[in-house]
Design a binder for this molecule. Structure first.
Ligand SMILES: Cc1cc2nc3c(=O)[nH]c(=O)nc-3n(C[C@H](O)[C@H](O)[C@H](O)COP(=O)(O)OP(=O)(O)OC[C@H]3O[C@@H](n4cnc5c(N)ncnc54)[C@H](O)[C@@H]3O)c2cc1C
Length: 327
């Protein structure tokens, strides 16, 4: 079958929530995911802990049990896999959506072309997240293999000179984990202090490690260049060059704006590049094309997360069923 009421692009937690809501409403749907199930979570650091408690990560009424109040990546992956099973969700994995075109064929408003097939649907939900595109520093040497924009686990960095760039959760977790496994860690932080959004139980840990000198931090600083064995740091006192083996550039991620524009979704003209949508219905400038989850924030990637975007699913499906009631 290639004709659906709804095609959902992205099999993250929010794309899954949309699938569950569509199924509950009796709509035909398919979720198309370019990687594995909850691909972003799969790519998170192995030992990361969510800032949300487990019940706030729940979708589709399935209880999320975890022994600690805040679950880790492994538990979350396990949970979402069970949710897929419980709701028998129709998900096509390892299939990338390449185009969404307004074309009144097969009695449907949109034609959706993927790496494997063509689909037709009256409604499309874009729930593509932001974790596939790192924000680059644009400095010489950033392309060197020792510069990483994703951090997985600490062992690789043991007994190495590691530079961590950034001051938010990903940077702080990477700095503390690698330092605890024997890395010599230096942080380069643009602001005057550690980010205010750093998990409240982790913030004192990093601040104390910096205060005692275990982790060296350059505040109000940025990177000028990366070389094989060194990095240049622009500090308030001038350029400082330090020895270095690895750079963990935890400089954030951004949605795929090119893809959104190619699909025809309007973006705000300011730096936020926020996709335009109606807050009550999540419908974009294209009738029947909706946004769900963290993609909605544009460059403000901290604005939406699982716990505050789960309800996008119900808003969207309610609007679809009101706009085109089932015959
Ligand atoms: C380290 C880290 C910790 C976090 N901790 C929390 C937390 O504690 N609590 C919380 O609520 N949120 C947290 N978040 C945010 C949360 O994980 C994300 O908000 C969540 O993954 C968002 O779900 P989503 O479904 O909107 O997007 P995603 O989970 O990113 O899903 C988008 C999916 O779309 C797929 N995709 C993209 N383009 C295409 C395409 N063209 N075709 C097909 N598929 C495509 C991607 O592969 C991906 O699987 C955290 C994020 C990070 C990075």
């Amino acid at each position: 079958m290639s004709n659906y009421d709804v095609v959902i692009v992205g099999g993250g937690p929010i794309g899954m929530a949309c699938g569950i809501a569509a199924k509950k409403a009796g709509l035909s749907y398919v979720i198309i995911e370019k990687g594995c199930l909850v691909n972003s979570l799969y790519n998170y650091p192995l030992f990361m802990t969510f800032f949300s408690t487990s019940e706030r990560l729940e979708i589709g009424g399935a209880p999320f049990m975890s022994l600690a109040p805040k679950p880790g990546r492994q538990e979350a992956i396990e949970y979402y896999r069970r949710v897929k099973q419980m709701h028998d969700l129709n998900i096509h994995l390892f299939e990338k959506v390449e185009a969404v075109q307004s074309a009144a064929t097969n009695g449907a408003r949109y034609t959706i072309t993927t790496s494997k097939a063509t689909y037709h649907a009256n409604n499309v939900v874009i729930a593509t997240g932001f974790y596939d595109f790192p924000i680059y520093m644009d400095v010489p040497g950033e392309e060197l293999p020792k510069v990483h924009h994703y951090y997985k686990e600490p062992h690789y960095y043991a007994y190495q000179k590691v530079l961590v760039i950034g001051a938010n959760n990903s940077a702080v977790d990477a700095a503390l984990e690698t330092w605890r496994k024997g890395a010599e860690v230096t942080m380069v932080i643009r602001q005057q202090e550690i980010g205010a959004r750093v998990k409240y139980w982790v913030k004192p840990d990093i601040e104390n490690r910096i205060a005692e000198g275990s982790i060296k931090a350059y505040f109000q600083s940025s990177i000028a260049a990366v070389r094989d064995k060194e990095v240049d740091i622009i500090t308030p006192e001038g350029i400082v060059t330090i020895e270095n083996d690895h750079v963990l550039a935890m400089t954030g991620y951004r949605p795929d704006f090119t893809m959104l524009e190619r699909f025809g979704v309007e973006l705000s003209a300011d730096w936020k590049r926020c996709p335009v949508y109606h807050p009550d219905t999540m419908e974009t400038n294209l009738p029947g094309v909706y946004l769900a989850g963290v993609v909605c924030g544009g460059m403000e990637t901290h604005k939406w997360f699982i716990e505050n975007s789960r309800d996008h699913a119900d808003k969207i499906i309610k609007h679809i069923t009101i706009s085109s009631p089932l015959q």
